[in-house]
Design a protein around this ligand. Structure first.
Ligand code: SF4
Length: 548
């Protein structure tokens, strides 16, 4: 129907013009005009006419809205194109093959992608360089690391240069003494000899260069490492720190692995295996761990115990810090885990005590991360307060048996693997939803599994926790993993508990959103997110918070 046939209508002075807006909006959108833009302009035009007491026909309004909508400049793309082989862009092919010892990594905070990854990268390069022929090594004069993209934009706040130097001189993330990294910060002029064949090459923090922050990089966290002989490049490798401490390099091919006993690409398939075999997600995960890695169940359990113990230790260590402790960096952020814990314990309401102490556990582990002390990637350093808070609460407060904690860690790993497989664990690729969101989802699965929830409840809890982090951006103030990161871990932990509480109390079969759909939304949101909000400290809180 054409609007041209309708007569102009006078606005009565007694009429509530905002009660029904349908009359303000022209009903047909002309061909070739953006619908949303057209409808907004049409409505605004109609409303303006009513408010000013003017009358305007639908035909006039349509003409005006069409003209202004057509004249409106197209929205500029908010994100740069992403390379096709980024985790967040490529679809996970084949079954999930990640194993727990690849996934849960111990290393120095504050960021798995900006400390653990770069340290593993330079350590890897050192190993490659050491294998060069003796006559090549005899020409070596210099080692050089160049940091690009997010590694360069926020690396100073993360201590990336110290981590990169440590790897170059042969230190590994799991065993490096955090005090050594602190000493590099306090005495930045230290020089270390690196033995390569018959040569000894001196390296220092000056050999780690903060290079271009913007450019056509294959991954937002790109770095190169070179062995030079004068001006000649004897060996060069381009690397990518792809999140959660995982590293890749130019020409990277995933290692060949044994097939899993129960192959799955999706949560639907993982749960299908559990339900068909009348067992749990955790048991399916254990069967896959042993079949892929060739390890025994006892070996896998020993590793899971190491991770659980390290998580408990990091919470204890954080809670024991003085209430006057100030975290490193320009924010001068006071530690508050111990204060929150003590005051929460005095709360007269039990439920408030629970939320308060769970938050304190997360703050404690996350503050340890902020200090650059050893943390566990679950899945990343920035989110290193979330899983430890739940492991500590379940183990130390609720006294859940260790066997259930192990099962919880396995189910949580399954959740993290799927997020990595189909989306990303890297804030530089997907913002904070990929770190705290995934951590919270894992922690919800851990909690549900530890309480013997059926597989659908485990999935629902994980889905719910992830769903309510979708869209969360990464904007660390001054490039330090402290604000908003430390409190965000507390919220991630509490949301995990909330997700478990809802999932275990609702009618599970009526849960409307499945985990796989939410992971797909995580990937899509990551792709569409403005690059300013991907660990660059160029927007959000990083811009609005003033440091004095
Ligand atoms: S804002 Fe989130 S993703 Fe970004 S550094 Fe902090 S914890 Fe990590």
């Amino acid at each position: 129907m054409s609007n041209n046939d309708e007569k102009p209508r006078d606005a009565s002075p007694d009429e509530d013009v905002l009660a029904d807006s349908s009359g303000l909006i022209a009903r047909e959108v002309p061909a070739g005009v953006d619908r949303r833009s057209f409808l907004i302009r049409s409505a605004v035009g109609g409303a303006a006419a009513v408010m000013t007491g003017c009358t305007v026909s639908d035909a006039d309004r349509t003409a005006k809205a069409t003209a202004t909508a057509a004249a409106a400049p197209p929205a500029a793309p908010s994100t740069p194109p992403l390379a096709a082989d980024l985790n967040v862009v490529k679809k996970g092919q084949g079954p999930v093959l990640t194993t727990v010892d690849e996934f849960y990594k111990v290393g120095p905070g504050p960021s798995s992608s900006h400390t653990i990854g770069p340290m593993r990268i330079t350590y890897d390069f050192y190993q490659r360089a050491a294998k060069l022929p003796a006559d090549t090594l005899a020409k070596a004069t210099k080692l050089q690391v160049n940091l690009f993209g997010s590694l360069s934009a926020t690396g100073k706040g993360h201590g990336t240069e110290r981590a990169a130097l440590a790897g170059l001189i042969g230190k590994e993330p799991a065993t490096v003494d955090p005090l050594f990294l602190d000493s590099l910060r306090d005495k930045p002029d230290q020089v270390f000899p690196v033995k390569l064949g018959s040569k000894s090459i001196d390296v220092s923090l000056k050999d780690v260069i903060y290079d271009a922050t913007k450019g056509d990089f294959k991954h937002p966290n790109t770095m190169t490492v070179k062995l030079l002989g004068g001006n000649d490049v004897l060996l060069e490798q381009e690397y990518y720190s792809v999140g959660g401490g995982f590293i890749e390099w130019k020409g990277y091919e995933p290692p060949k692995k044994n097939p899993p006993k129960y192959p799955f690409r999706l949560m639907k398939e993982l749960r299908g295996h559990a339900d068909t075999n009348k067992t749990t997600i955790a048991k399916i995960m254990m069967a896959n761990e042993t079949s892929i890695s060739g390890k025994s169940e006892a070996e896998v359990n020993a590793f899971l115990d190491k991770i659980a113990n390290a998580m408990i230790a990091t919470v204890k260590s954080g809670l024991s810090m003085s209430e006057d402790d100030v975290l490193p960096g320009p924010i001068k952020l006071h530690s508050k885990a111990a204060t929150v814990y003590k005051r929460a314990m005095d709360d007269k309401f039990q439920s408030d005590r629970g939320i308060g102490v769970l938050s304190a556990f997360a703050l404690a582990a996350s503050e340890e991360n902020g200090r650059g002390h050893l943390v566990m990637t679950a899945p990343t350093g920035g989110s290193a307060g979330v899983m430890p808070a739940l492991v500590y609460a379940l183990s130390e407060v609720r006294k859940v048996p260790r066997e259930k904690i192990r099962e919880g860690l396995l189910a949580a790993a399954g959740v993290g693997y799927l997020c990595k497989h189909h989306a990303t664990l890297s804030a530089a690729e997907g913002g904070c939803q990929a770190e705290i969101g995934v951590a919270s989802s894992m922690a919800a699965a851990l909690t549900a599994t530890a309480y013997d929830a059926p597989s659908q409840v485990v999935e629902n809890a994980a889905e719910s926790a992830l769903e309510h982090h979708l869209g969360m951006t990464c904007d660390p103030v001054a490039g330090y993993v402290q604000v908003p990161c430390i409190e965000r871990c507390a919220f991630g932990a509490v949301k995990a508990w909330t997700a478990y509480a809802i999932a275990s109390n609702e009618i599970a079969s009526r849960h409307r959103v499945d985990f796989d759909a939410t992971v797909a939304a995580l990937a899509e949101t990551a792709k569409d997110m403005n690059s300013k909000y991907k660990e660059t400290s160029e927007a959000g809180l990083a811009q609005s918070v003033t440091l004095c």
